[in-house]
Design a protein around this ligand. Structure first.
Ligand SMILES: NC(=O)c1ccc[n+]([C@@H]2O[C@H](COP(=O)([O-])OP(=O)(O)OC[C@H]3O[C@@H](n4cnc5c(N)ncnc54)[C@H](OP(=O)(O)O)[C@@H]3O)[C@@H](O)[C@H]2O)c1
Length: 273
């Protein structure tokens, strides 16, 4: 696999499965745009890529709990990179060490919905024309098998908050967005797919939620890379994968009215409508 003339952006690549995916993409020769919140972790990954023979990487810092920072990240990428061949929306936080603790983003939105879903929604929309201009291009949304239907009367979970539900609704929202995007992008040469990478990988988010890891980041990275760069999946769009296999998501993902409601809400919350 050679990706020598490709530019890829992977959010949340300073830790966990995203970090390993970024390293593999760098090894394959891509210009990898590493994203995270911590300059030191970003630079240490760039140094590792360089030691492996690829000095093309760049690190961009942005806290995705702020829509202004998401906009800043998109602008920096658009200003610095004339093409974008692959966007992997991978950054996320788990259900948290204290599941009853409800937090909000800097914009006042429920934190998991904001970071895991809304930030990726806005980033993707802001980068979409650049992806189209670089077609064939791919968008991969790293979701989960943990999925909970959205209650449109209380998406911000102001009543009876539970971290696991918050995480799971944010992950289903990512999948609903992916299906919508795939329809919108039909014929454009840009594909949109989503997946559950692997179950309870040994990562910070899993350790923080007090669960014993059951799988490795290598397994999850293989599944993400499959959707991101496998020639076999050229042109595949709108699919949800469980690891390396196509799978069916929660039924709300296939409910057109629910997807429309989510799109309207997301456009309004991000100020795009
Ligand atoms: N672990 C699993 O078993 C599992 C299962 C299914 C799905 N997933 C999904 O896989 C993806 C990666 O998870 P992981 O297990 O690799 O997690 P992880 O090791 O905790 O890494 C999460 C990454 O997201 C970044 N991030 C978190 N909050 C952020 C924020 N507010 N702004 C910017 N970046 C932020 C982190 O940056 P910092 O380095 O700054 O912390 C880190 O790079 C997530 O979307 C997760 O939902 C994981």
């Amino acid at each position: 696999m050679t990706l020598a003339d490709k530019t890829v952006l992977i959010t949340g690549s300073t830790d966990g499965v995203g970090r390993l995916v970024a390293l593999h993409l760098a090894e394959a020769g891509a210009e990898v745009l590493v994203h995270g919140r911590d300059q030191g972790r970003g630079e240490s990954l760039l140094a590792e890529m360089k030691a492996a023979g690829n000095g093309k990487g760049r690190f961009y810092r942005a806290d995705l709990s702020s829509l202004a920072e998401v906009r800043g990240l998109a602008k920096t990428v658009l200003d610095n990179h004339p093409r974008l061949d692959l966007l992997i929306n991978n950054a996320g936080l788990g259900s948290g060490p204290r599941r009853e603790q409800r937090d909000e983003s800097r914009d006042g939105h429920e934190l998991r919905f904001a970071v895991n879903y809304l930030a990726g929604f806005l980033l993707t929309r802001l980068l979409l024309e650049r992806l189209k201009a670089s077609a064939p291009a791919r968008i991969v949304n790293v979701a989960s098998l943990g999925q909970h239907p959205l209650d449109f009367a209380d998406v911000m979970l102001t009543r009876g908050y539970d971290g696991s539900r918050a995480y799971s609704q944010s992950k289903l929202a990512q999948i609903m967005f992916t299906l919508d995007l795939a329809e919108e992008l039909a014929g454009s040469g840009v594909t949109a797919t989503s997946l559950h990478p692997a179950t309870y990988m040994n990562t910070t988010m899993v350790r923080q939620s007090g669960v014993s890891p059951m799988s490795s980041v290598e397994e999850g990275a293989e599944a993400i890379l499959n959707l991101a760069v496998s020639p076999k999946l050229e042109g595949e769009s709108g699919v949800f994968y469980n690891g390396l296999r196509p799978a069916r998501a929660n039924s709300q993902a296939y409910d057109l009215a629910a997807r429309q409601a989510l799109r309207r809400l997301s456009l309004a919350l991000t100020g795009l409508s």
